[in-house]
Design a protein around this ligand. Structure first.
Ligand SMILES: [Cu+2]
Length: 154
């Protein structure tokens, strides 16, 4: 019961993007499940489930970006940050996954596999460019677990 109550609170906050961002920057405020925005940086709150990724924003400024993901599915997922000019969902597959350092693809960081009903996060220094946030567990990418992210010049 406690776990689901916490999840609900988390989802409710993720739905209030602007308020959430303001709250995070309040000096001395309590640390929320979505973490604290790094100074001068940006935060993206994501949900993952079978087989979809959603994000509260899809454009950020270059610099340290905090990615916080909640797994609302029933199996493990991951969140790989991929820099690529391939359109969303169109990275060529090698079997059921793609190589994260194939030509035209690179990855500056990720949240590795994390369990259903949990939240995980990472801060990655992102350069301007076109990205996709993906789950590259076998079959998950081509089943729909990808979302574009644009990193604008700071
Ligand atoms: Cu997945």
């Amino acid at each position: 019961m406690m776990r689901w109550a916490a999840l609900c609170a988390c989802v409710a906050m993720a739905g209030v993007t602007t308020a959430c961002g303001v709250d995070r920057n309040d000096a001395g405020g309590p640390r929320t499940p979505h973490g604290t925005a790094p100074p001068g940086g940006t935060a993206v709150n994501l949900t993952e489930r079978e087989f979809r990724i959603t994000a509260d924003i899809q454009e950020v400024r270059a610099g340290p970006v905090r990615l916080t993901a909640i797994n609302l599915g029933s199996i493990e997922h991951e969140l790989v940050v991929v820099r690529t000019d391939y359109p969303d969902g169109k990275i060529p597959l090698d079997g059921n996954t793609f190589s994260e350092d194939a030509p035209g693809v690179s990855s500056p960081g990720e949240i590795s596999e994390y369990k259903p009903g949990t939240v995980d996060e990472t801060v990655i220094d992102l350069q301007p460019g076109l990205y996709q946030l993906v789950c590259n567990i076998p079959t998950h990418y081509h089943n729909g677990m990808h979302i574009p992210l644009v990193v604008l010049p700071a």
